[in-house]
Structures are given as structure tokens and as C-alpha cells.
Design a protein around this ligand. Structure first.
Ligand SMILES: *Cc1c(COP(=O)(O)O)cnc(C)c1O
Length: 502
């Protein structure tokens, strides 16, 4: 049976999966959700015997029903290949009474690779299916990680180009180096003299610019977006929760049918929403434990039913979770609003208007699958040090937020169910914070490069290729532009000529 998609705000329905992947955001500003949740109709014993790629096909084909078997298997094969440094793709590691699902073995050593390595292939297949002749141009503003992971995914994928804008003085030295050394003849990087919000606003403006769209179309291009609300990013993430469960069965840690919990370090709410979808498909998940850092909007939301972004934005050691508006939460809101687009729209309008909204008691009752808590900076350091001390296992700061919240959950509830923790970044990506937590006296004075070697010695895990590469790779990108010059930069890159004067 076909699964079609509809907007959470009611403006679109009956949309095929491939069109939803191409469009990203629905025309009414809503997010695409499946009109009906598919079920996981494959016996667990069978899934337990599958490779990551085989299992990903079983899960993704249930959602992306208008892709042929050949198309989808082709996308999966091109995504989950030697770009990952282990054939398991997402290995499970047992430590401190939990199972760490390592989602950081891809090109940029963070979990966004799991989705962004396949999205370009889902998009180009979708373009072919829908007779889109234009080349797809991905436009992204990044505060560091997403832009790099998107470029790594789109690099040299035929029929696509990617242009990434980042704030010149708003990313870490390592992130900047990752950006300017990006390979691929279809990748373009522009540093902006401005902050992340300026870059983001500039990109949004170009997406909404009809004159620019017409010029693009004439030249054989069209824009698309790789951001985390695209169902082409969400669906691949469902697969690894099923894979984690299947591995637990295979390793005889659980029996098929046993209930497990899942803990996810959360920012935009995409990763944990994928776990929720896995549960809705029939995967035996009990609690979805939502872990926040000190930007604890979601914790407050689960506790009080009020979502309020009007607060101080705190810079933490888990920057990928420093987020005050979790855009994927709209899909959960829609669900607990009984799939009522009017209710969803009015809550989201309240969010963009006043910065907050409150859900009804009836909606709150439907949030029982979730538990929210948060970890402070000292708690994050303590849990990194403890895992290192007791298990010689080194985790990154984002994963540590999850590990800490799991401890709080267990203490508070006494629930001892086996639990998978989504481990979202390699400790090498945040070496300074990680080593500071383990032994600040010993490591704080070292240079970045010395720290990489120190981490290798401490963790006994080889330095990932992504880190080796930024040490040695040549600089390929050096374009710098003013905020006002963003459109001109895009026109130049695509050879469009200057904008006509009105
Ligand atoms: C993006 C990111 C997160 C947050 O994931 P969401 O899907 O946005 O909730 C957590 N950890 C790391 C390392 C990330 O890059």
C-alpha cells in the first residue's frame, strides 16, 4: 500500500514521498508527515540477520513507497559504503549499563552523516521520477556542522550543486578548516561578514525570491533544501533504531519483543522523532528519553506543556544542541493534536508571533511516551570522566548529555529497562571539552593537534579519517562576501548574470 504525505498545517495532502523529498517544506509552511504510519511487518529474527543496508531497505521502503526497489537499494548502496569507517555502519557499544549506538562513523564523524549521506541520492532519484530536468542547487546556511555534513553528502553527486554560507567569525577553527578544505567539483563555500542569523536570513530570502527562481529556471537550476525537516532526512534515521534493536536481539542481550528505552541528545527534535516513528511502526520501545543541555526548552515543555523560547540563549559544550526552536517538534504536536492542522497552525503561529505556546491538557496526556530532562555543564563533564574511569570508554559532550539524563531518569523512575543511547558525535570532534572533563590539568594547555594525539592515547581508538584530512588537506575555498552580497555570490557561482534592475 502506498504511503502518501500531507502537511501538518493542512495545505497539502496526497503528496508522494519523492515529491515530499524534493519540496522539503510544504507550501503552507508545514512539515510533511505520512498520512498513515506504515508498520514494521518483518519478523525481528529476520531483521537480526541482516546487514545495515539490507535492514535500512526494509525500513525505508515502508515509508518511501513510490521509489522502486532498484532505486532505493541504489540510494542505500551509494550512501552506506566506504565513507563509513566500519562495515557495521552504526555499531552498538555496551558501557555503564547502557548500549551506545555509535552514529558517528561517517564522513564528518557526527550523526548527521547518517541522513545526509543518503539524502542527495534520494533527491536525485526523486528528480528523475518527477521529470525534473533542472540541476538541483542546495542552499544552506550553517553554524558549523550541518553545512559540512551536507557538503560531504552532496560532493560529486551528479545533478546537484551545493552552496554553503557560514559566518566568517562564528565557527570554530576546526569547523572553518573542515569547510574550506571541502572536496568536490560541485561544492561552494562562502564566508559571510555577519553572524549565523544573517546568513540564515539571506538564504531564506533567496528561497522566497520569485525573480531569482525564474532566472535559475532559465539557466536550468532550481533550489532545494537539505535541512532537518525534510522527510528524506527523517526516514533514514528511523532505520538505525530498528537496527539497534535487531543487534540487541542478535547479540542475545534481549529477546525479540522485549521492551527497550531510547535516550536521545536533542536539539531540533529530528533524531528523537525518528525513534518515535520507529515505535509507531511497531518497534518495542517503551520510553523516549529526551535529553537537553542547559538550553532546556524541551524539558520545560514536557514538564509544563508550555513551549517558550523567550529566554537567554546559552552557549554550552554541546553546541549542536544549543537550539531554542526545535523545528521537528511540530510533527509531534500535530500527532498529539489528533492530526488537527488548524490546532497545529495556530500553535505554530503563536510560536512565531509571541515566541511561545501552551498545549491543552488533553494533548499533554498523549505525551506519555516521552520523558524530558537536562544536564548542566558540570554534570556533562562528570559523566564523561566516569565512563572513561570505569569503562575506558570516551564519549563526546552531546552523548554525555544523554548519558547523564538517563541516570536521572533511572533514579527518578526506577525503570531498569535496557536502554539504547544515541551517540551522536565522535569524541574527536569535541576533543578539547572531552579531555578537559577527563583531566583538565593534564590536557588544557595542549594545542589542538597535541590534543588529538592525547585523545588517541587515552581512548585507544584510531584518529578518524575526517580529522587526519583537516590536518593535511589543501584549502579549496576562499570566497568572502558581505550579507548584501549573498545573492550576487550565488549568481556568480551559477553563471546567472546580474539581477535585472526594476
Ligand atoms: C544535530 C546534533 C544533535 C541534535 O539532533 P536533533 O536531530 O537536531 O535533535 C545532537 N548531537 C549532535 C552531535 C548533533 O550534530
Amino acid at each position: 500500500m502506498d504511503i502518501l504525505y500531507k502537511s501538518t498545517r493542512g495545505g497539502e495532502s496526497g503528496v508522494t514521498a519523492s515529491r515530499a523529498v524534493l519540496e522539503g517544506l510544504a507550501g503552507d509552511g508545514g512539515l510533511f508527515v505520512p498520512e498513515r504510519m506504515p508498520s514494521l511487518d518483518v519478523p525481528m529474527e529476520k531483521l537480526a540477520g541482516m546487514s545495515y543496508q539490507e535492514l535500512a531497505y526494509e525500513v525505508m521502503s515502508r515509508f518511501l513507497t513510490d521509489y522502486t526497489e532498484e532505486e532505493l537499494k541504489g540510494c542505500i548502496a551509494r550512501a552506506y559504503d566506504e565513507k563509513f569507517d566500519t562495515p557495521e555502519i552504526a555499531p552498538l557499544r555496551k558501557a555503564d549499563g547502557a548500549y551506545f549506538l555509535e552514529l558517528f562513523h561517517g564522513a564528518t564523524i557526527a550523526f548527521k552523516d547518517m541522513a545526509l549521506s543518503i539524502l542527495p541520492h534520494l533527491m536525485t532519484a526523486a528528480a528523475r521520477k518527477n521529470q525534473v530536468k533542472n540541476e538541483i542547487v542546495i542552499l544552506t546556511a550553517t553554524s558549523g556542522d550541518t553545512g559540512k555534513a551536507a557538503m560531504a553528502g552532496f560532493a560529486d553527486v551528479p545533478g546537484t550543486r551545493i552552496i554553503v554560507f557560514y559566518p566568517k567569525d562564528g565557527v570554530s577553527p576546526v569547523q572553518e578548516r573542515q569547510m574550506v578544505t571541502q572536496k568536490g567539483d560541485n561544492t561552494y563555500v562562502v564566508a559571510i561578514r555577519g553572524n549565523f542569523d544573517d546568513a540564515q536570513t539571506g538564504v531564506k530570502k533567496m528561497f522566497g525570491d520569485a525573480a531569482l527562481a525564474a532566472d535559475l529556471d532559465r539557466a536550468g537550476f532550481q533550489f532545494s533544501s537539505a535541512n532537518s525537516i525534510n522527510i528524506g532526512r527523517l526516514v533514514p534515521q528511523v532505520a538505525y533504531y530498528v537496527y539497534a534493536y535487531a543487534q540487541l536481539v542478535k547479540q542475545r542481550e534481549i529477546a525479540a519483543g522485549d521492551r527497550i528505552n531510547v535516550t536521545v541528545p536533542t536539539g531540533n527534535f529530528g533524531n528523537i522523532l525518528a525513534a518515535y516513528y520507529a515505535k509507531q511502526m511497531g518497534l518495542p520501545i517503551g520510553r523516549l528519553i529526551c535529553a537537553s543541555n542547559e538550553n532546556k526548552v524541551l524539558y520545560d515543555f514536557f514538564r509544563t506543556g508550555v513551549y517558550d523560547k523567550n529566554r537567554e540563549f546559552i552557549l554550552t559544550s554541546s553546541p549542536s544542541m544549543d537550539i531554542l526552536v526545535s523545528s521537528n517538534l511540530e510533527r509531534l504536536i500535530y500527532r498529539v493534536a489528533g492530526e488537527d492542522p488548524e490546532k497545529t497552525r495556530s500553535l505554530m503561529e503563536s510560536l512565531s508571533g509571541t515566541g511561545s505556546y501552551e498545549i491543552t491538557g488533553e494533548m499533554r496526556e498523549k505525551l506519555g511516551d516521552f520523558y524530558g530532562n537536562y544536564a548542566g555543564e558540570d554534570e556533562v563533564s562528570a559523566v564523561i570522566a566516569k565512563l572513561y574511569r570505569e569503562d575506558r570508554y570516551v564519549i563526546d559532550t552531546h552523548t554525555a548529555v544523554a548519558a547523564c539524563v538517563l541516570e536521572k531518569y533511572r533514579e527518578e523512575t526506577g525503570d531498569t529497562a535496557k536502554t539504547v543511547i544515541a551517540s551522536t558525535a565522535s569524541p574527536y570532534k569535541f576533543a578539547r571539552s572531552v579531555l578537559h572533563a577527563i583531566d583538565s590539568e593534564k590536557y588544557d594547555g595542549m594545542t589542538d593537534l597535541e590534543q588529538i594525539d592525547a585523545l588517541e592515547a587515552a581512548a585507544k581508538v584510531p584518529v578518524p579519517r575526517a580529522i587526519e584530512e583537516i590536518r593535511s588537506a589543501p584549502v579549496r575555498h576562499n570566497t568572502v562576501a558581505d550579507v548584501e552580497g549573498m545573492e550576487a555570490a550565488v549568481r556568480k557561482i551559477l553563471g546567472l548574470g546580474e539581477r535585472e534592475k526594476e
